[in-house]
Structures are given as structure tokens and as C-alpha cells.
Design a protein around this ligand. Structure first.
Ligand code: SF4
Length: 321
């Protein structure tokens, strides 16, 4: 990955997706939610307005450049630092990727806009769609996600069910477990009952593995996730137990690209030195040297969580609605 891409990041390795090139279609933390556990940071613009947040032509020009100069990935993922379905032309981007490559196209969404027929019509162009369900009524929805004030839980679930009827590809549901919010068997059973009605192909039970914005959110322990997973049908796969960056790359990133690659990663996920080393293929000492420079320039900050130090990109200026 060259230093200078604005909309592409990675590829990053994930257990679920393999080697995934990310495409970010909204500026950092433009989202319909402001989840307290969000690992990207505080929402800068909480909105339901769908528009061209970034120029599609520029996104595709970067994708064409990446295809010509690298092009090595298992899939392309619309995801990143906000909610991709807020981009009014995300379906065109999915189409254009399909015209240019044979890469699997994945949409990672919080699902909050699937109640809109035009959003579902665009989403079903992808091979895989993942949506998030972590609550069971309006009160728990608000507690788990701090959604935009006009979002209603019943309409949200209606959208998730409608997508199942219309989408022939792989439909994944992610349940994000948060201590004190939904991590008891009684709460999770209520979520599982709704998930059964949605009938996804796979259910992933996730929890925070990196620092959250409030600094207080803790992970749900793995043994508890394993117990809760059995409440779902199909049984949920526990995916929050390990960092997606634990497997080493076979190739390494050129030194001159390292700064851009690190910043691009940290704007979306806080990482440890070893996460970054594994993702970029650079030695720990090379990564540490680059991080030290970025810290001195004020581009990053260090956050302590449990026994680990995480590097976090400093937040952008808030956007004007
Ligand atoms: S976790 Fe996802 S849905 Fe929640 S605020 Fe962050 S980007 Fe938005």
C-alpha cells in the first residue's frame, strides 16, 4: 500500500475474511450511531443523511491504482471509520469493483439503514453483507449504540428481516457483547430470539479487543462468550477472542510506505506494536522507530489498556452537519 491513499486501507488480515482491502466511503466517524465501545473513536457527525461524502471517481481511481500496483487480496470490504451505507452511491462502488476485479465484495454495516429499500437494493450487490444486532428493544438499542434520535428499533429489525428476503448472498449477523449491557444469558436469549427470525447464514459473537472510546468498556471474557454462543441458532462463532492482526504477512511493506500504512491502520483500529509489525511485515524495532517519530509529531497517542500499550491516531476536527 502506497503512502497517500485517502480511501483505501490495508489489506489487513482477518480470520473471517482473509486478506481484506478496506475502502472507506465516509469521513472518519460519520455514523448513524455513537457506540460507547466503538474502537474508531467518538462519532464526529451522527446523521441519517445519505449523500456523496467522498467522490466515487476518486475512490475508483485509487482502486485502479492499487489493482495496477499491488492487487493482492482475498476480498474488498466496504468498512472503516464510519457507516458505509450513508454514502448514497455505495452500490455503484460495489458494482464498479465487480467490473474491475474478481475479488469478493463484502459490506460491513451496522444495519441501521436497511429499513430503506434503496439501501437494501444497493447492499444486495455484495457477495457478503454483515449487519450488527446487539439489542432487543428500543431501550437496549439506545444503551448499546447511542443511535441517531430518529432511529427506531422495530424499523431497524424490520430492515434486517427484509434484507434476508431480498439477499441471495451470504448474510452474517454480528452480535457485539458489552459488559453490563447485553452479556447475561437472559439478555442474550432475547437477542437470539430476534436473530432466529432474521435467519442469517452465520452469527458472530464479538467483543472489544482494543481500547474503546470511553476507556471503561471491558471485554466479555472468552469463557462467557462461549457459553452465550450456544443460545443462538445457528450456534454463534466467537470471534472477539483474538486480534485480527495476529498472523504475519508473507511480504513486507516498503519503508517509505510504512508511515502511511500505519496511520491508515490506526485511524480505524488502535493497535499494539506487535499488531502493526504482523500487519506490515516490518520488524518490531522498525515499527517502534516509526511510531516514535509519529508520536513526536503529534499524529498519535499512546493508551494503556489492561497490560498492553495501544497506539491510537489522534482524532480529526469535528465535521459541521
Ligand atoms: S462501532 Fe460501528 S456503528 Fe458503532 S459508532 Fe463505531 S463505526 Fe458506528
Amino acid at each position: 500500500m502506497q503512502d497517500g491513499y485517502r480511501f483505501l486501507f490495508g489489506p489487513v488480515r482477518s480470520r473471517r475474511l482473509g486478506r481484506s482491502l478496506g475502502i472507506d466511503l465516509v469521513p472518519l466517524k460519520v455514523c448513524t450511531y455513537d457506540c460507547p465501545y466503538c474502537q474508531v473513536g467518538v462519532t464526529t457527525l451522527k446523521t441519517l443523511e445519505r449523500r456523496d461524502y467522498v467522490p466515487v471517481a476518486d475512490v475508483l481511481a485509487e482502486f485502479d491504482h492499487w489493482l495496477a500496483h499491488d492487487g493482492q487480496a482475498d476480498c474488498v470490504t466496504l468498512a472503516g471509520g464510519g457507516e458505509p451505507t450513508l454514502h448514497s452511491r455505495f452500490g455503484e462502488v460495489i458494482d464498479a469493483i465487480g467490473v474491475r476485479s474478481k475479488l469478493r465484495r463484502i459490506l460491513l454495516s451496522n444495519g441501521s439503514l436497511f429499513s430503506l429499500p434503496e439501501v437494501r437494493a444497493a447492499a444486495i450487490k455484495a457477495e457478503v453483507v454483515k449487519a450488527t444486532l446487539s439489542s432487543w428493544d428500543q431501550a437496549s438499542f439506545e444503551q448499546a449504540h447511542h443511535p441517531h434520535s430518529e432511529l427506531r428499533f422495530d424499523a431497524f429489525v424490520g430492515g434486517l428481516k427484509a434484507l434476508r428476503r431480498e439477499f441471495k448472498g451470504e448474510y452474517w449477523l454480528e452480535v457485539f457483547a458489552v459488559p453490563g449491557v447485553n452479556d447475561t444469558p437472559a439478555w442474550m436469549t432475547r437477542i437470539a430470539d430476534i436473530a432466529r427470525l432474521i435467519a442469517p447464514d452465520r452469527i458472530h459473537l464479538n467483543t472489544a479487543t482494543r481500547p474503546a472510546q470511553d476507556g471503561k468498556t471491558l471485554s466479555v471474557p472468552v469463557y462467557k462468550l462461549n457459553e452465550l454462543a450456544g443460545l443462538f441458532n445457528p450456534v454463534a462463532e466467537v470471534v472477539g477472542a483474538a486480534s485480527p492482526h495476529t498472523q504475519p504477512w508473507t511480504e513486507s511493506v516498503a519503508q517509505e510506505d510504512l508511515v502511511g500504512r500505519i496511520l491508515s491502520l490506526l485511524q480505524r483500529h488502535p493497535c499494539t506494536v506487535s499488531d502493526i509489525s504482523a500487519t506490515t511485515g516490518q520488524s518490531v524495532s522498525e515499527v517502534e522507530e516509526t511510531l516514535k517519530d509519529l508520536l513526536e509529531r503529534g499524529a498519535l497517542r499512546l493508551e494503556r489498556r489492561d497490560t498492553q500499550n495501544y497506539f491510537v491516531a489522534n482524532p480529526p476536527e469535528p465535521l459541521t452537519p
